[in-house]
Design a protein. Structure first.
Lengths: 276, 245
């Protein structure tokens, strides 16, 4: 008897989307099942950051005066930053932690870190909803330009996933990567102009910080949502790198990180099962 | 008869570093020093084929390369040299089971493993109850797997593995920890697979089971194929070579 020729069940776009939906949702749920307050915790983290930073910068140091709408300015920065850091931090150990499954089932290993990023993405969406409610209370008028946020978030997601894939594959070989990233995440919090206007940095530092696509996306989203209300500090990559072409620099960084991550992950991925 | 599995000249060597070099420090301290490796030749020039519909046994001592062979058949490991062809869909049951996350409930593990293995949402819904019924774990479906006994885990894993649509089933020591009732249930499924013309690759230390179910057996010793033949012949040779010495 000839075995029937059938398509491989573990490939194709439908398969990828199905796995991301199912495993991503399970990951998200698992994070909160044992906690008494459950999903509330996904809101507590950004609010706690916001509370402390607002108190320090709007009330104690009054540097917030440099920005007209410091509340929303700060909230946008925190929400984006927590998504970026939490997603990379969840993806980084995911291959090593998912070793049990990788050694027993044949499926594209990329599904593990991608699912981890989806779980953090769900948290981000919950937070954005809370932000929308907050913005409505503040009587921020929604405008058509807000749609530009969608491609900007897509850019941030590509950058985040690229970095996460790269680090998760490196982590299989070098366990130091966990320490390196933990330190980097803390330093980035201070280096990314989240709670201060980027305009107070000297010129050279502005150039350096805008090489990070995260800063570009955050600044552009602040610009789109607040409509220039962050005042003289409403800077974009074009302003910092003097010229409209400057906008391409962080985008090129995203492309570089994402493509090299995919290539590296594909090369390493064949051997994850035996190295774990 | 067409071959369900063709394996030609497959070799696999693992390099086991004497010191684990997973920290960057070691690269900075000894940037040019080559770490010393122990080479473990898990498979050496393995060639055989399995006919469609065959119940094919693999016999060998621990560390003989059986699990490595199964992982290569399943596409989990990449062979260093040689060719592997599997015709049709494959479902693996390796090292006592599919990949469970013991922090998750049985329900979530069934959904996660089924989806990763390629089941659609509808297929999963259709088979979910069958998986639970076969494993007889309905009462524990919402418990985390860390509270399961090893026998329960194997029951669940086997139930999932046989519900994934397959033409070729890889079974690695499925009967090692289950109780007798479960063994009898497994035997019934073996008979059914034979009737349905499924191909099964069966790894076990229980020679009498090999003789009972297998059409042909392969003896794997130190990564090399010693002989492929009738189960009696191969089992006798194994007893002679390994058990006596």
């Amino acid at each position: 008897m000839n075995p029937p020729v059938r398509a491989k069940a573990t490939s194709g776009v439908a398969y990828y989307l199905r796995v991301l939906r199912v495993v991503g949702a399970i990951d998200f749920k698992a994070k909160y099942t044992d906690a008494a307050l459950g999903y509330v915790w996904s809101l507590v983290k950004p609010l706690a950051y916001f509370g402390v930073l607002w108190l320090v910068f709007a009330y104690l140091l009054r540097t917030a005066n440099e920005t007209e709408d410091f509340t929303l300015f700060l909230l946008i920065g925190i929400l984006l930053f927590l998504f970026f850091i939490d997603a990379v931090s969840a993806m980084l150990p995911s291959i090593v932690e998912g070793g049990v499954t990788l050694r027993r089932l044949a499926f594209p290993p990329i599904m593990i870190p991608l699912s981890a990023s989806v779980a953090i993405g769900i948290t981000f969406c919950v937070n954005v909803l809370a932000f929308a409610v907050f913005a409505a209370i503040q009587r921020v008028e929604p405008r058509i330009e807000w749609l530009l946020v969608v491609p900007l978030l897509a850019e941030l997601y590509l950058f985040t996933v690229g970095l996460g894939l790269l680090l998760s594959a490196l982590y299989v070989r070098f366990r130091d990567i966990g320490q390196v990233w933990e330190l980097a995440a803390q330093l980035l919090f201070f280096a990314c102009a989240i709670f201060y206007p980027v305009g107070i940095l000297p010129d050279w530092a502005q150039k350096v910080t805008f090489l990070n696509p995260f800063v570009q996306v955050m600044q552009d989203i602040r610009h789109v949502v607040l409509g220039g209300a962050s005042g003289p500090n409403d800077l974009s990559a074009a302003d910092v790198f003097s010229g409209a072409g400057g906008r391409l620099i962080p985008i090129a960084v995203v492309a570089l990180v994402f493509v090299s991550a995919l290539l590296f992950f594909r090369r390493e991925g064949r051997y994850f099962a035996e190295r774990l | 008869m067409a071959a369900a599995i063709e394996v030609a000249g497959v070799s696999k060597t693992f390099r086991i570093p004497h010191e684990q070099r997973t920290f960057l420090k070691e690269y900075f301290l000894h940037p040019f020093g080559r770490p010393s490796y122990e080479r473990n030749e898990a498979l050496k020039d393995v060639t055989f084929s399995v006919e469609a519909g065959e119940f094919f046994g693999v016999i060998g001592a621990n560390g003989g390369g059986k699990s490595t062979l199964l992982r290569i058949l399943a596409g989990i490991y990449v062979p260093d040299t040689g060719l592997v062809r599997v015709n049709g869909l494959l479902s693996p049951f390796i090292e006592l089971g599919v990949g469970f996350d013991i922090e998750l409930t049985a329900r979530d593990n069934i959904r996660m493993n089924g989806t990763l293995a390629g089941l659609t949402k509808r297929q999963l819904e259709e088979r979910f109850d069958d998986i639970l019924a076969f494993s007889e774990l309905e009462r524990f479906v919402d418990q985390k797997l860390k509270n399961y006994s090893s026998g329960m885990l194997v029951r669940l894993a086997y139930s999932i593995a046989i519900q994934i649509p397959f033409d070729v089933l890889l079974l690695d020591e499925v009967l090692a920890v289950g109780d007798e009732a479960f063994q009898e249930k497994c035997f019934a499924t073996f008979d059914r697979f034979k009737e349905e013309g499924k191909t099964v690759v069966f790894v076990s230390h229980a020679l009498e089971l090999m003789e009972r179910f297998c059409d042909r057996c392969l003896l794997l010793q130190s990564g090399e194929v010693q002989v492929v033949g009738s189960p009696h012949e191969v089992a006798d040779l194994y007893r002679e070579r390994v058990l006596v010495s």
